[in-house]
Each structure stands twice: as structure tokens, then as C-alpha cells.
Design a protein. Sequence first.
Length: 141
Amino acid sequence: MGHRPVVAAVFITAAIAVLSGHASIGPAESKLGASERYTLRVPTEGDVATVGVDLAVPDGVTVSYVQASGGWTSELRRDGTRIVGISWKVQIPPAHFGEFAFNARNPKDGTALIWKVTQRFADGSTSEWTPSTKLVAATWE
């Protein structure tokens, strides 16, 4: 009988992950102050192709490089010299996904990075996603 709350918590957690997990970013966990290669994965789940993906870079994150792709173009938005956003022009048909990689340095404090993603579709509609990356203390060896 004592297992029901645990089972319910597992189902609720799984449901939240499904609802918020359409666009995802990896890794799911990274160290404070570390340089990291992030990969944003965006699927086209409906019947209308994805034609654009916009990423807002969280405060404190310093993007150094954006991976070039053979069929897509990207545009960097800056505030001074800091990259604050990346927009990709893409063609991702239904039942396919795109992956967008970039290198960045994490902030030296905080508990998580919340990435704001806007997925744009050929019919003019959009979807908003907020994947996150957990930040953990750096261990020095």
C-alpha cells in the first residue's frame, strides 16, 4: 500500500517530461564554469514542416562556436560581442528531426540553464519549448 505515492510521482514526472520534452538539449547535466558542446534536437511531430528554429541563450552562457550544416543557415544575434540568440533556417519534414550543435561556456554559478526554443512551421505557426540543463559543481582532481 505504501508504494502508491511513489508510483503516482513516477507517472507525474514521466507525464511532465513528455509534455515539455519535444525539443530537447543535451547534455542534460553539465558542470558550472565548464566548456560544453550542446546539441539541440528538434523534431517535426505534426504534418507541417519545420522551417526555422530560434534559440535564446540563457544569461551567463558564452557561446563560442556554432556548428555549420550542409543544408541549413544560421544567424547569430548579439548584444555587444555576446551571442544572445541563434536562429536556424531549416527544412525538417514531418517525422524527421534536426540537430543543432554549438560550443559554450557555462556560468560559474546557478543551478540550471533554461533554454528558450521557438520552432517555426511552414504554415506560419510556432511552438515554444523550454528544455533545461542541470548545473552541478565542478570537481577538481
